[in-house]
Design a protein around this ligand. Structure first.
Ligand SMILES: [Ca+2]
Length: 455
């Protein structure tokens, strides 16, 4: 989701979501609400001025008098969390937040073991060891597609209004909703202040977590939400479309017009907020995110190199659209060719809107899942080409060997982490191209052998 630091959390958040989804059906607790169409309404919060904390009337108090003003807090039972809270509360006060706001956010926090007994790395690694087709099998499952079609039909007038206002089609909003929370079934029932406070106490992402806690204070000061609503996934992402507090503060809107932005229970508020966020990030109305293509025989796979080229160039190179009459709508200028599973799998042109989805979560696999889910929800079966499920993939340890060897040979595969991301694939492609090999950059046993023999 969105910008820099947040994306990392959401990558982790999405991976946990995927990892947990099969066991989380019992969390289903979606409230039903009636959506009343309001075609001419502008969301009310877009015009509301940002709440700036009012300066405190008193001169800067000393540290001991500060703790008298703010505290004391009742112990959370975790000494490090308590110590961090005392310090952070004083700093929040120094930034001008009211004591009542600070106490509202921080009083009832509880330690969360996922941060304070560090288990997050295990979750992180399991996603990246999965081939993309296994990730897509669960992310774009047939049940998620059929549920998405149902949601799109049920709220047809809402989605039409949102597309008119923000330019984002209903199938994409539905797909993000499905990816983030399985259409509101798995929103997370952690207390957001507890999650972010535990993250801050753990320390590695303290500045980020504290920034998100300050955003929660601003949200309460502005009157958008109530303290007891602030439930989140384990990493602090909130509601139907899993907004981090700072994203909520900057982009969430009150579509229902009741004066609150209830992304937890009012799906119309949450979906409008996601649409507003994508729109403000630069979503291009009338354009897709991806389009599947076929490549001609003897294609130069080194052209799938992350570089954008114009649509006419791709046409000249022999790319053909799959399921459409043209490679891209006329308004599209440039696209990147991506072969997620190398030459033997589906090929896609990626457009600007693919990058917009990556503001939600910067993983290419996530953006592809949203795009394919959207296509399928809209009734267009995609992809049409099969994934190379029997290909001789590399284990995490073998990818490390590949990365290390590429680095030694002078191809910059980056950090040796066992994750074959864009950097590793580009390095492998350059190695292959220099030796006039088929240069798709997909890390197979054959590719590893070539690199090991290529010194
Ligand atoms: Ca509302």
């Amino acid at each position: 989701m969105r910008f820099t630091a947040l994306t990392t959390v959401l990558m982790a958040s999405a991976s946990l979501l995927v990892a947990c989804e099969s066991t989380s059906e019992s969390q289903a607790n979606e409230r039903t609400e009636v959506y009343t169409p309001a075609p001419t309404r502008t969301p009310t919060t877009t015009t509301r001025p940002p709440a700036t904390p009012e300066p405190q009337a008193t001169p800067t108090p000393t540290s001991s008098s500060l703790s008298q003003i703010i505290g004391p807090f009742r112990s959370s039972g975790h000494a490090a969390l308590d110590a961090w809270r005392d310090d952070f509360a004083q700093r929040a006060y120094g930034q001008g937040f009211h004591v009542t706001t600070i106490r509202s956010v921080l009083s009832g926090i509880e330690p969360m073991s996922i941060f304070l007994e560090s288990r997050a790395d295990i979750v992180h690694q399991s996603e990246f060891s999965k081939p993309i087709w296994e990730y897509l099998d669960s992310a774009v499952s047939s049940s998620r597609i059929s549920n998405g079609r149902e949601k799109l039909a049920t709220d047809a007038s809402l989605f039409a209004d949102l597309e008119r206002t923000y330019g984002v089609p209903g199938e994409y909003l539905t797909a993000i909703w499905g990816m983030e929370t399985s259409y509101g079934q798995v929103k997370g029932d952690f207390d957001a202040p507890s999650a972010l406070s535990s993250m801050a106490t753990e320390g590695r992402r303290r500045a980020f977590a504290e920034g998100e806690l300050l955003a929660l204070m601003r949200i309460l000061d502005r009157g958008d939400a109530k303290r007891e609503w602030l439930q989140a996934g384990w990493a602090g992402a909130m509601g139907h479309t899993q907004f981090m507090p700072s994203t909520y503060y900057a982009y969430a809107v009150d579509w229902t017009g009741d004066g609150t932005i209830d992304v937890w229970n009012a799906r119309a508020d949450a979906l409008a907020s996601a649409a507003n966020y994508l729109s403000k990030s630069g979503w291009r109305a009338g354009e897709p995110a991806v389009r599947e293509v076929t490549l001609p025989p003897a294609f130069d796979y080194s052209l799938a190199d992350g570089e954008e080229r114009t649509i006419p160039i791709w046409g000249t190179l022999g790319l053909e659209p799959v399921g459409y009459t043209e490679l891209a709508p006329g308004t599209v200028n440039k696209a990147e060719l991506w072969l997620p599973a190398g030459k033997d799998g589906p090929a896609f042109l990626l457009f600007t809107n693919f990058r917009m989805i990556k503001t939600y979560n910067r993983a290419d696999s996530y953006a592809l899942a949203v795009s394919l889910l959207a296509e399928n929800i809209a009734g267009r079966a995609s992809p049409s080409a099969a994934w190379p499920r029997d290909i001789d993939r590399l284990s995490i340890e073998e990818v490390k060997v590949l990365q290390n060897q590429l680095n030694q040979l002078g191809y910059n595969a980056g950090v040796v982490d066992g994750i074959a991301g864009r950097g590793t694939r580009k390095a492998l492609q350059n190695f292959q191209a220099d030796r006039r090999m088929m240069a798709d950059g997909y890390p197979t046993q054959r590719a590893l052998n070539a690199v090991l023999n290529g010194r």
